[in-house]
Design a protein around this ligand. Structure first.
Ligand SMILES: Nc1ncnc2c1ncn2[C@@H]1O[C@H](COP(=O)(O)OS(=O)(=O)O)[C@@H](OP(=O)(O)O)[C@H]1O
Ligand SMILES: Nc1ncnc2c1ncn2[C@@H]1O[C@H](COP(=O)(O)OP(=O)(O)O)[C@@H](O)[C@H]1O
Length: 632
């Protein structure tokens, strides 16, 4: 190597280092583009990428290797890995049709989430928009505001984006007419005001010709605002988190030895320094920050966006999912909320069905207790709804099985944004935003009673249990439950039969046979069965209970070994042949809608404690098996 190449190399290295440093320290803007290919979206993004000519080559290399290790794309580049997105969702391995693109200018670096405009838009937009600061809403100048514009803007507002760049594209096709532009902008400002989008910058654009994209165009001399790129380089999205105190959701507890106990996570709001008074939630215990530790030493101060490990001056019991907050204005705790849900599940949302809720680093059990209304995302009309389908949005009441520290999503996305997870498939079922806490249950406490279940069971000379018979109509549930009941009675035991037909005449007479009514039917009878075991009884529940999710919910109300699921296994053709009530004949004739096994599903148990095959054995023999299981 001669001297001159050596120098050239040194210069090149210095240039690379300077470039990397510049990128390191440059601010990052995340934005989302809404609109369709017809509106010129691909042209807009393509030109921005092309004309700025800067892809992060270094980042791409890292991304490629990460994609091979953790990606879901068979080793192909998985762009979703580069952004946080709904990170919980990524852990779920759900594939979302959102493309992330990267480019940079001298002033900023950018991540664009590009969401296709097809029918999965809600789910995709929710993912793309959940971390975006700005939305670029494209409108075709010839067409003006469309239903799609309303829909996209509604989702943008729901996900807390306050800054919209309204790109009125194809101005060349309307002769750069200011009147056309002004009419569209006026209409959009009205919509934005309704939706609470505070900041709208409208730009007359021709993405194809390049007018007002990178540079301002002479063709629109009447326009004196910024070009699209100028806006993106200079907009300062107000971060609502800025006004909040310090918040650190704890990701893990770092305890390498007896002398060090640190709480690691990313600060989502506010700042912290050693000596600050903090409170751990939900416990409410107080302490002070001792040290702020990062990889290369201690910090004097850390702020939102930084990943740190805190140590405290007191030994507090803090675990993953807890939040460490500034003691001055900590987040509230609640287990009841009004929340918006964007449904992403293939299975519909049924109120009363249990899901997992993942918020920040915490996962808790949750049910939707009521759908207040669903929202037509095209018109923002409020509609009554009993269930929610894929891509629908609704305001719901949510009940969690324990209180969590939270903030309204509009104030803090990290402590107000969540996903719901289907308990059986483990798939993401919804993305949601907490709006406010409901106080109803706040003043209701558990009342202690001295005579407990054990005492009541013992005095009856038995162990309280619940046998849950499930199976098709006519499978033999009632017949077997009745035989078991008689045998127990003869033995001097205290049992009680809860039969679907009977309970539906009283407690549940308001319920029919839609999926949502069956969920509520089972929820109520499971609660009643639990109360009866509290009273020391052996409860024999005989309900079709067609869904696994609700049988599981029932099971979870009971202690270990208390719940015995008995699958009354009778093939449909056998039950139909028996047809003791003539219901199958009526159902086949179309006179009973939603009949189980005919036009309403039955999900057979996968892990029942007892499988009672009514073809192979007599009702008496099967009842005997139940008794043996009950008494062992
Ligand atoms: N559409 C439809 N589908 C199923 N069953 C129907 C229907 N309409 C009325 N019936 C009668 O209601 C009884 C089932 O009530 P359940 O409360 O056990 O049903 S469920 O658990 O809510 O699915 C069931 O009683 P069993 O035959 O004892 O199972 C029927 O007699
Ligand atoms: N091995 C068996 N176990 C239970 N029932 C049986 C059996 N074999 C025939 N049957 C008949 O099947 C019918 C089941 O009806 P029922 O107990 O009312 O069912 P379900 O409560 O599940 O709707 C009864 O007429 C019963 O005599």
């Amino acid at each position: 190597m001669d001297a001159s190449t050596g120098i050239a190399n040194l210069e090149a290295e210095a240039a690379v280092a300077a470039y990397l440093e510049q990128h390191e320290t440059k601010g990052l803007l995340r934005f989302i583009t809404c609109g369709s290919v017809d509106d010129g979206k691909s042209t807009l993004i393509g030109r921005l990428l092309h004309d700025t000519k800067r892809l992060f080559d270094d980042q791409l290399a890292a991304l490629e290797s990460d994609s091979r290790r953790h990606g879901t794309q068979n080793g192909e580049i998985d762009y979703a890995l580069l952004v946080d997105g709904l990170s919980a969702e990524r852990e779920q391995g759900i594939t979302i049709d959102v493309a992330y693109r990267f480019f940079s200018t001298d002033k900023r670096k950018f991540i664009v989430a590009d969401c296709p405009g097809h029918e999965q838009y809600t789910r995709n937009m929710a993912t793309g928009a959940s971390t975006a600061d700005v939305a670029v809403v494209l409108v075709d100048a010839r067409k003006g505001l469309l239903t799609q514009t309303r829909r996209h803007s509604y989702i943008v507002s729901l996900l807390g984006i306050r800054h919209v760049l309204l790109a009125v594209n194809k101005m060349d096709l309307v002769g750069y007419d200011q009147a056309v532009f002004d009419t569209i902008v006026a209409g959009y400002r009205e919509l934005a005001a309704q939706l609470g989008i505070d900041h709208v910058q409208a730009v007359p654009l021709s993405a194809l010709k390049g007018d007002n994209l990178i540079e301002r165009s002479a063709a629109t001399s009447w326009y004196d605002g910024p070009s699209v790129l100028e806006y993106l380089e200079t907009v300062e999205p107000s971060r609502d988190e800025a006004g909040l105190g310090f918040r650190l959701p704890v990701q893990w507890v770092n305890r390498p030895n007896q002398d060090f106990r640190g709480f690691a996570g990313t600060i989502v709001a506010g700042s912290v320094k050693p000596g600050d008074a903090v409170v751990a939630l939900p416990s409410g215990r107080r302490s002070q920050v001792a040290r702020i530790v990062v990889a290369n030493g201690d910090l004097e101060r850390a702020a939102a966006g930084q990943a740190v490990t805190l140590t405290l001056t007191d030994e507090l019991d803090i675990s993953r999912g807890d939040v460490i907050a500034g003691a001055g204005q900590p987040p509230e705790l609640s287990d009841q909320f009004a929340a918006h849900l964007l449904w992403m599940g293939e299975q519909p949302l049924l109120p009363g069905r249990p899901y997992w809720l993942k918020i920040g680093t915490r996962t808790v059990g949750a049910t939707v207790t009521e759908i207040k209304h669903k929202v037509d995302v095209n018109t923002q009309d409020k509609l009554a709804a009993k269930h929610l389908e894929l891509n629908e949005v609704a305001l719901c009441n949510l009940h969690l099985d324990q209180p969590i520290p939270f903030e309204a999503y509009r104030d803090n996305r990290a402590l107000g944004g969540f996903i719901l997870i289907d308990r059986l498939s483990n798939a993401t079922a919804a993305a949601g935003t907490l709006e406010f806490a409901l106080r109803r249950a706040g003043n209701i406490h558990w009342q202690h009673v001295d005579v407990d279940k054990a005492a009541r069971s013992t005095s009856k000379g038995q162990v309280a249990r619940c046998v849950w018979f499930t199976g098709l109509s006519g499978s033999g549930k009632s017949t077997i439950a009745n035989l078991v009941d008689k045998r127990l009675h003869a033995m001097g035991r205290h049992a009680f039969v809860l039969d679907g037909d009977n309970v539906r005449h009283g407690l549940n007479k308001d319920l029919g046979f839609t999926d949502e009514d069956r969920v509520e039917n089972i929820r109520r009878v499971a609660e009643v069965a639990r109360l009866m075991t509290e009273a020391g009884l052996i409860v024999l529940v005989s309900f079709i209970s067609p869904f696994r999710a609700e049988r599981r919910m029932a099971r979870e109300l009971f202690g270990d070994g208390e719940f015995i699921e008995a699958f009354v296994d009778t093939p449909l053709d056998v039950a139909e042949q028996r047809d003791i009530k003539g219901l199958y004949a009526k159902a086949r004739a179309g006179k009973i809608p939603n009949f189980t096994g005919i036009d309403s599903p039955y999900e057979p148990p996968e892990t029942a404690e007892l499988v009672l095959d009514t073809v192979a054995e007599s009702a008496e023999a099967l009842a005997e098996r139940v008794i043996r299981r009950l008494l062992d």
